[in-house]
Design a protein around this ligand. Structure first.
Ligand code: SF4
Length: 869
């Protein structure tokens, strides 16, 4: 019987909370009584969702007190990964963790401690503050796959990244590798409304996606070829005289050199790389350029192209500028840093990190723009322009995959400790096998989490973290716009959960950092400090809670043509089509074609073995990244992982809808089920990301099925496959093949460590080779006793009689032939004859089912039965 809830009963309070299951940060009203959340619903007055909540948002109460949640600090009580834990107090956990970190710092330097983070839904400025004061430059996120390189390239070229949406006055929008129809319910609703008012929508996506279905023009390009498309569109704009020369002459530098440079990138040239008809490219460029004000919306594809990503971002920044669409009404607005509240960067205390420690940031020597070398150049100009800089926690990171490699190889030095917050690296970072191995081997690991994930499982301590209803939040777009969304906590954290901010503060104090450097005990105190400056704008409040109650959000009026005052925030104060910052860092100063990490033109031999092109990394409902796989109603909606394959290709490969298939790149393979539909090109495979199976449990060497259907089994983090500018790795445009899962298939057990190694016993080979250096047994254990003579197959999770091709059914105790559905006796391997209810051998002799003795000629008995005696 369900409990009846009266939300109007005396004592019921309404709290203005939010949904934190994705970045949209929809407003939630939480009805609370006696510290219990009775009900949630979308906040109708919230500017993002106006009362709506998507499938994910609606499971907030299930998430709040889910039986799998971690509610108390846990300390490892057995072997790493054995899932044996001792419940301890926060005091004990924090003091032991601090002691160990200080020991590592004393022995190996602060840089031997690294931190891994998730997406913009934790207090990452606090993590950065802790690390800066501790002295380590090695914090990182997987945000390199999500906008950070885009922000940095666009800021290098034009002084800031367009991030503020001003579509009401737009006549055309390009949704480039962005599928809000699947990943952003509030945004999609906005586009649909605007389309009714005449907005032209161009969608660039290899898939006929939910969003492409609403497009005026759809460009189904080869995955990973976006840079070629952008370059060809620049070519069309320049050589068809569509550039806005007034803007170019007044505000851009490098146009002449750009024009000469892109002469080579005609639509005809691009057709080979993009598989698009030249005329379609021309049409897109013309519509975009002639419909000004136009707008190119960011999608995370831009950051997931690996090697070719930075050049593509540069090309898109150029497109916006030469068409005069920067910072004008309906164009791409460049808000600059938040000037009316305290930004994350101002809370990070970056000035505390010594220069010699910045120089040790892992990956900064290879990928220079989103690490200290590039960040320093950009933040210096920003401070000169506005007195504020972009947040370093996101824009200036160690290179995550290189940190995992450093754990395994000791190159450039040994990383000894990893603090993990709000991320499941095996499923969210590239090269899952290598990442998993790094988690297993790191000397000391602490994870702040909601659930037991593979990372948490291999940790020494797991700390219970409060979710959205249990904490206040501020959503501020990383501080790169002046707007802010505020929410309050609905209830105090349940059990012994704490916010991640409290974790970092307690750890800071226990490891010797000064209390004066951490003056705010609670997040409400931090956020009051952050928003206090609004009082000078006439806002009246005495606490953060009161700010939320009275105001809830801050959206200042949009400002246009800001460059008219002091020019653009670049070294020349102009849009640098030819970028001096990229040049100073040693990169091409003009956007220059580099093919995708793997492609059929540069490597036809590889394409012969792997003839299909993989795209992945896109969001899909009801999951966000690798989250929510524990929530059974959501699993009910999408129980199994699916990849999409064109019907023509599926027929050629004898693949039927729903078949389990291996998808393989030269790095490994994983399996998903076939979704046969014509939404992708015959040569394209689209695979879902994020999949793991919490229900499979922690046993085995790949716990929770974390490698089984994990698309990061296929992705590459080899240095030469990563974007040399930003360091992001490729999820799009990798070469692959697909084939049906068969019984007896060997599971994928090999991993490689690209680069060099100082670890004894680890043989290192050139990173483009795919051979194993050491085996990781992939070993899901059987849940029943495997009868003697049968072989347990970890791939199909079936015990087989390999000689006869018979599968074992543990429920009945019989063997069966999957092709014919005939059952066989386990002991004798004789077939079951349902007509006579006997066993029968290959010669046709019948046997008694119980005694297994021959019965001789049983025809009369059957005749008797048939004749009714
Ligand atoms: S998960 Fe859904 S409800 Fe929650 S913030 Fe995202 S779009 Fe909004």
């Amino acid at each position: 019987m369900s409990e009846t809830i009266d939300i109007h009963a005396p004592g019921v309070e309404v709290k203005k909370s939010c949904c934190y299951f994705c970045h949209q940060n929809c407003g939630v009203l939480a009805y609370v009584k006696d510290g219990k959340v009775l009900k949630i619903e979308g906040d109708p007055s919230h500017p993002t969702n106006q009362g709506g909540l998507c499938t994910r948002g609606n499971i907030a109460l299930l998430h709040l007190d889910h039986p799998d949640r971690i509610n108390y600090p846990l300390k490892r009580a057995g072997e790493k990964g054995s899932n044996q834990w001792e419940r301890i107090s926060w005091d004990q956990a924090i003091s032991e963790i601090a002691e160990k970190l200080n020991q590592i710092k004393a022995e190996s330097g602060a840089e031997a401690v690294a931190t891994a983070g998730g997406t913009l839904r934790t207090e990452d400025w606090a993590r950065r503050r802790f690390m800066n004061m501790f002295g380590s430059p090695n914090g990182f996120h997987n945000a390199l796959l999500c906008w950070i390189p885009t922000f940095m390239v666009e800021t290098a070229v034009s002084g800031w990244s367009p991030f503020e949406t001003d579509l009401a006055d737009s006549r055309c929008v390009i949704l480039w590798g962005f599928n809000p129809g699947a990943s952003g319910m509030p945004s999609m609703r906005g586009y649909s409304d605007l389309k009714k008012n005449g907005l032209k929508i161009i969608v660039v996506d290899p898939r006929y996606s939910e969003t492409a279905a609403h497009a005026d023009l759809w460009l189904p390009l080869r995955p990973g070829s976006d840079t070629a498309l952008a370059l060809a569109m620049i070519h069309v704009v320049i050589y068809e005289g569509l550039a806005n020369m007034e803007f170019v002459n007044n505000w851009c530098i490098g146009y002449e050199e750009l024009a000469q440079h892109v002469a080579q990138y005609s639509p005809e040239w691009a057709a080979e790389h993009t598989w698009l008809e030249p005329e379609l490219i021309r049409q897109a460029a013309r519509i975009y350029a002639k419909s000004s004000p136009s707008n190119i919306q960011w999608g995370c594809t831009a950051d997931q192209l690996g090697k070719t990503a930075g050049a593509g971002m540069h090309a898109r920044a150029v497109l916006r500028a030469i068409t005069g669409n920067l910072d004008c009404p309906g164009g791409d607005l460049m808000p600059g840093p938040a000037m009316n509240y305290v930004t994350d960067e101002e809370l990070e205390a970056n000035e505390w990190l010594p220069e010699e420690q910045k120089a040790k940031q892992i990956g900064a020597d290879k990928f220079k723009l989103c690490s200290w070398p590039g960040y320093q150049l950009i933040s210096d100009i920003c401070k000169e322009t506005w007195g504020k800089a972009p947040t370093a926690e996101w824009m200036c990171e160690a290179h995550g995959p290189s940190v995992f490699k450093a754990i395994l190889t000791g190159d450039p030095y040994q990383i000894r400790a990893l603090l993990v917050s709000a991320t499941n690296p095996v499923n969210s970072y590239g090269d899952a096998k290598m990442t998993l191995e790094a988690l297993k081997r790191v000397e000391f690991m602490v994870t702040c989490e909601y659930w037991m994930t593979p990372a948490a499982l291999y940790s020494d301590y797991v700390m219970p973290i409060a979710g959205a209803l249990e904490r206040p939040t501020i959503h501020n777009n990383y501080g790169v716009t002046d707007s802010l969304l505020a929410s309050q906590r609905a209830i105090q954290p349940l059990y012994e959960r704490k916010t991640d901010y409290e974790f970092w503060r307690l750890l800071a104090l226990a490891s010797g950092q000064d209390e004066d450097q951490w003056p705010w005990e609670t997040l409400e105190e931090v956020f009051y400090y952050v928003t206090y400056s609004f009082t000078s704008l006439g806002y009246q409040f005495n606490s953060y809670d009161e700010f939320v109650e009275k105001y809830r959000f801050y959206y200042p009026p949009l400002h246009y043509y800001k460059y008219g005052n002091n020019g653009f925030c670049t070294p020349s104060r102009r849009v640098e089509l030819k970028s001096s910052i990229l040049e100073e860092l040693g990169y091409p100063s003009l956007p220059t074609w580099i093919g995708p990490a793997e492609n059929e033109i540069d490597d036809p031999e590889l394409a012969e073995e792997y003839p299909l092109v993989l795209t992945t990394g896109g969001g899909f409902m009801p999951y966000h990244h690798s989250e929510q796989f524990n929530i059974s109603p959501l699993r009910f909606l999408r129980h199994d992982p699916y990849f999409t394959i064109n019907p023509i290709k599926a027929k050629e490969l004898h693949i039927k809808d729903g078949d389990w298939c291996w998808i393989e790149t030269r790095r490994g393979r994983m399996k998903q089920r076939a979704n046969v539909e014509p939404s992708v090109h015959e040569k394209v495979i689209y695979a879902q990301r994020g999949w793991w199976y919490p229900e499979n449990g922690p046993e085995g060497d790949a716990p929770y099925g974390c490698l089984e259907s994990n698309v990061n089994m296929l992705s590459s983090v080899d240095d030469e496959h990563c974007d040399p500018i930003g360091g992001s790795w490729a999820n799009r445009g990798l070469l692959c093949k697909v084939y049906k899962v068969k019984y007896g298939d060997e599971p994928d057990i090999q991993f490689s460590i690209p680069g060099s190694s100082k670890v004894p016993g680890v043989t290192v080979m050139p990173s483009d080779q795919r051979l194993a250096y050491e085996l990781i047994p992939y070993n899901p254990l059987p849940t029943f006793e495997v009868p003697e003579g049968l072989t347990w197959d970890k791939g199909t999770k079936i015990a087989w009689d390999l000689e006869r091709g018979l599968a074992y059914d543990p429920d009945s105790g019989w063997l069966y032939d999957p092709e014919t559905s005939v059952f066989f006796d386990l002991e004798t391997r004789f077939a079951y004859d349902p007509e006579t209810e006997t066993l029968v051998d290959e010669a046709g002799t019948h046997y008694d089912m119980t005694t297994k003795q021959p019965l001789g000629d049983i025809t009369p008995a059957v005749a008797d039965v048939e004749g009714g005696e």
